[in-house]
Structure formats: C-alpha cells, structure tokens
Design a protein around this ligand. Structure first.
Ligand code: PEP
Ligand code: MG
Length: 616
C-alpha cells in the first residue's frame, strides 16, 4: 500500500546522528516500497561514494602491501564469479548467457596485460591500488573511445565492470550475494536494477537503500521478488554495521537496528499476521472484480519476466497489462536473439491464454541500462536515449524484438505497446517498422499473429496534450503514471531528495489523466493505468471516477485492489471528482479523498492501520 503522506526522515533516540555502537538500538524511517516484514542479520554492499578514489601517492615501502591487496581483491572476485557460475543451470538459455558473461569477466580478471598495467601503476608510479585501477580504466576508455564498433565499445564496458568490481572489493563494497549461508538483510547506498537482479533472492530477507523513491525500478523488482524493501533511508552507513540484527518493516517504512527483545517478539508476531493477511485476502482473488454499482474493472499484472505468470494467475491477474521486456536484457552482456525472445514471450502468452498479454517494447535507458553498459555519455539519461528513441535508433534490435512478439502472438492473445512516445511522428515511425516486420515475415513465410493490437504508453505531458491524435492511430492507451508524474512535475522518480514532490494526487496529474481518458474515449479506445498509482487506495476512487477502463499492477497488489474495487461505487466517485477538481493542492485533494477512502475501504485498510507504528 502506498503511503504518500510519509516523507523519508530519520528518527533516532536523540536528534544528533547516532553513534553506530554494536548493539545499540536505532530506528530509521524511509519510503516503504515493498510490503512485508524481514528480520535478520545485516550485510552492507555498495557503499556511498564507492566510486570515489583517493589519488594519493603511496610510500615506496607500502608498494608490496598494495600489490598484495590488489591480488587478494582479484582472487576474491574470481572466486565470486566461479561461485556464481556453479549456481547457473547450463540448460536454461538465459542462464547459459549469464554463464558466458561470467566467462568473459573471468578472462578479463586473468588478463596478464591488464593486470600488469595495474601492477606497474602501483610499483613504478607509486599509486594506491584503487587509483592504479582507476587510471587503467581511464586509459582503456580513452583507447576505445574513437573506435566505431559497438562490439568493441561493449568489451570496454566489460573491462570497466571488472575493474569496478575489483575496486569494490578493495573498498569492502562488492555487490554480490551476501556472504555465508545465512540469508541477510541487504543494505546499500544505491542499487541499480541490474545490481538487484544479480542478487540471489533466496538469500535475501529484505532490501534497504539510501537512494530511491516510491517508483524506482529497484522497488518494483523487490515487489516482484516478494522481498520487503525500504528506500530513501538517510545515514545508513553511520547506523548499521554488518551482522547487526535488523527488523525491516516494509509496511511502514521503518528499520529497527538492534531491537529490544519485546520489540523483536512483537515484530515476529506481526510478520506472522502479515503472512496470514496475505493468505486471507487471496480468497476471492480468482474472481473478476466489479464495483458496487456493477462496473467491471479488469485487473492485470505488471511483470518483468515470463516466470511470473504462475504467481500472477494464482493472485487473480486477468492478463498481463505490462510486460517490461527490458528486464530480459538487463542481466546479460549480449543481446537476446529473436529465438530467445520468441521462446520467452511464447511461454508467457501461452500461459496466460486466452487473456491478453501486452508486450511493451524495450524500454531501456535512464536507470535501466541494457547489457550493463552505458555506451553513450549522457548528462540527463532520463531525458536522453531512452525507450522508443533507443529502438528507433537501433532498429536491428527493435525489429528483432517485434518479430519475436508477432510470432509469439500466435500462441494466444498479444498486444504490442510503445513506451515514451512524445509525438505522432515517433508513433508512426514505430508503426511503420512494425508493418515492415509483418511484411518481412510474410515474405519469409513465417507464421505470426495478424491480431496483435497496437497501443502506446502515455508517459509524457506532450503525449497527453496530443492524446486525441494519438488515439486515432492506436488500439489502446496505457498511462504510465510513474513517468508521467516524473516528467510532468519535473521530479526524478529515483531521487529521494525530491521524492516529497512526487505527488500522484497533484491537480496537474489528475487533469492530465482525465484529459487522456476523455480523448481516448472520444476516439473509442480503452485506457489502462499501469503505473504504481493503479494500486494506491487513495488514487483508486479518482481513477475509477474518471472512467479508467482497466488497471495493471505488481501481481502482489492484485488481491488487495480487487477487494477495494468491490467496495467502490463509480457513480459516487464521479461526483467526488467534481469537488476534487475544485481543490488547489495535492494535500487538499488527499484530505477529500481520504474521507471517502476511510468510509469505503475501512475493512481493507484496517489491517494496515493495525500495523502502523503506534501499534508496535
Ligand atoms: C510508468 O512509467 O508508469 C511505467 C509503468 O513504466 P516503468 O515504471 O517501467 O517506467
Ligand atoms: Mg515508464
């Protein structure tokens, strides 16, 4: 459940930064992004400023020691890569590709030329090991910079990755599965989606980061992995030491380091209650949800890979409203082939048949870099070579994916959807490539679905403003409120410093959604909302009142939202909307909506109310 009114802040026994003495109880607050309660020992990875390297000459007599530190870090990284390889199954295509990536990394680790360069920087130029590595990375970058080959530039990125990981070991920051057999609570300054994917879910109890906001992709991944997660926590490094016993309350966004015994016992109970609650709300989840006044509201799932379909169906998902296909690209060095994509999409479409599966084309860029590479230097990646822009520039990648989607469509009911469309020209270009791909498949005599619907995401204010024109050229809209809020309010969705401005109930956002819905309906097409707003109980009355046709969300939220829909009354929400549009601020709107929400969703929210801090 979203708790918009909660801002990240730190609470400690006294206002000063608490000393991180072992055994000392400290309470921290952040933004709860994945529900559940995790209790266990902590492990810090990816510390703040880990990229910063002190450039100080070392004394001659410490050269030997520095060389030994380097060798030890390289050996530890090698051991990590080898251990990761043993966990992979050579039978699974995706895992085979990960194995190949690990082989490349191992080769780089053992490359004598590269290692000798770093050693020479230490022994001949008296650089510390981190600085020597950084200098080598810089030299590699320079020598590859002017090479006009994507392949070679990517190899350069692999070398940078390995050097970064060795540096991580030197600084005690390696992003890897937590050490030891015991599952851990992972603390990090920041985690990219690729970092999160690299973690082994069965060994993680919960995730806590200093960076990130409600809709950052790390939170989205944590939810899909069903791991409690709190982001935007200040001063973690000062407050948590490896091995501390920690409680992560992913419902209230609270972290308790070294809890008192009574508190620990209370949280163990809460954890059990939460598990029972999750079971309870699933009881009616298999049935479609209809409002009190008889309006059916289909509820779909947002998934990151095909393996989530079983859980999605078990939780009552009536289709996939958003398949974030880029996650199939994130955990590997190379690009997936058409066949690999076809197989993955086919399995998902088949598993969900006869329900709809909306395949969003590759939405890479910003915080989701594919192949773990940032080949382009971009000052503002969120405004840069992202999503459809990337696909229109790299048409070979785009066409390969479209072929896979069209071919997989034969096995059920599929749609293709373009992310981050900013204008008609982009949409037309994407559609014309899709037509060419159909023609190609016809020419090659390859079977594909001729019924694949075409939709566009509405994520940019520009798309909202021209939504009537866009609606004439597609079969459906899906509003990506995470990005729509980011781009409309100018608030980086991953930046905790401005997350207090990330307001789904901002009048500008509500007007944008209302206008989009009206324009879509005027042209006879449907509108789904697939951003995090779709599962927020405080936004639901507004969305239903506006006439949004369907909702798509993290599968775990589906049972909860279906119960809310059953308690909803669209006619009443329509009336409420009139008063909402006369309000000036998000807070005024929240106040107004809250009265309705408390009255209507009392029973559904009661569990969360009983789980708030006051009841600890
Ligand atoms: C969105 O922007 O709301 C959306 C659903 O897409 P993503 O979160 O993957 O950017
Ligand atoms: Mg988006």
């Amino acid at each position: 459940m979203s708790r918009q009114e909660k801002k990240p802040q730190k609470t400690a026994p006294n206002e000063a930064v608490p000393e991180a003495l072992p055994g000392r109880r400290i309470v921290l607050n952040g933004v709860a992004v994945s529900s559940g309660i995790g209790i266990g020992p902590s492990r810090f990875i990816n510390r703040r400023g880990s990229a910063m390297v002190v450039r100080q000459k070392i004394r001659r007599e410490t050269v030997k020691k520095e060389l030994a530190r380097l060798e030890q870090a390289v050996s530890r990284l090698e051991a990590e890569f080898n251990a990761a390889k043993t966990r992979l199954s050579p039978m699974a295509d995706e895992q085979r590709a990960q194995g190949e990536l690990l082989d490349v990394y191992l080769m780089i680790c053992r490359d004598p030329k590269l290692l000798n360069t770093v050693r020479a920087n230490i022994s001949e130029h008296n650089m510390g090991a981190e600085w020597a590595l950084e200098k080598t990375a810089q030299d590699v970058r320079r020598s590859f910079a002017n090479i006009d080959s994507l392949y070679l530039r990517e190899r350069s990125v692999d070398i940078q990755t390995v050097i970064g990981r060795v540096t991580g070991y030197l600084q005690g920051n390696a992003v890897s599965a937590p050490g030891g057999d015991e599952p851990k609570i992972i603390f990090a300054h920041d985690l990219t989606p690729a970092d999160t994917l690299a973690l082994e879910p069965s060994r993680i109890i919960a995730l806590v980061t200093e960076m990130g906001g409600q809709t950052s992709h790390t939170g989205i991944l944590a939810r899909s992995m069903h791991i409690p997660c709190v982001v935007g926590c200040i001063d973690l490094e000062e407050c948590v030491q490896d091995g501390d016993l920690v409680i992560v309350d992913g419902i209230n966004g609270v972290i308790v380091v070294n809890p008192h015994e009574t508190e620990l016992a209370a949280y163990i109970n809460r954890r059990q209650e939460f598990r029972l609650y999750e079971k309870r709300i699933r009881v009616n989840s298999a049935y479609p949800a209809e409002t009190e006044d008889g309006v059916p509201v289909p509820v779909y799932g947002n998934v990151e890979n095909g393996q989530e379909t079983a859980l999605l169906k078990a939780l009552g998902g009536e289709g996939i409203g958003l398949f974030r296909t880029e996650f199939g690209y994130l955990s590997r060095r190379d690009l997936p082939t058409e066949e690999e994509q076809f197989e993955e999409y086919k399995a998902a479409i088949q598993a969900m048949s006869p329900h709809m599966v909306v395949m969003r084309t590759l939405d890479s860029g910003a915080d989701k870099m594919i192949g773990q590479r940032r080949v382009l230097e971009e000052a503002n990646p969120a405004l840069g070579m992202r999503a459809i822009r990337y696909c229109l520039r790299h048409q070979d990648i785009f066409r390969r994916q479209l072929r896979a989607i069209l071919r997989a469509g034969v096995y059920g009911n599929a749609a293709v959807m373009f992310p981050m469309i900013s204008g008609l020209d982009e949409l037309r270009q994407a559609k014309s490539i899709l037509s060419e791909v159909r023609q190609e498949l016809d020419n090659e005599g390859i079977s594909y679905s001729r019924n694949v619907l075409v939709g566009t995401m509405i994520e940019l204010p520009a798309a909202v403003m021209i939504s009537r024109a866009l609606a004439r050229e597609v079969d459906f809209f899906s509003i990506g409120t995470n990005d729509l809020i980011q781009y409309s309010l100018g608030v980086d969705r991953c930046n905790k410093y401005v997350s207090y401005l990330f307001k789904p109930l901002h009048p500008a956002i509500l007007r944008a959604i209302k206008y989009t819905v009206d324009m879509a309906h005027a042209e006879g097409i449907t509108v789904c909302v697939c951003g995090e707003m779709a599962a927020d109980p405080y936004c639901l009355p507004v969305l239903l009142g506006m006439g949004v046709d369907a909702l798509s969300m993290t599968p775990q939220h589906i049972p909860f939202v279906k119960n809310l829909i059953r308690r909803s009354n669209v006619e009443e929400f329509r009336l409420l909307l009139k008063s909402i549009f006369s309000q000036g601020t998000p807070e005024d709107i929240l106040r107004l909506v809250s009265q309705n929400v408390y009255a209507r969703f009392k029973d559904e929210l009661a569990f969360f109310a009983s789980m708030t801090d006051n009841n600890a």
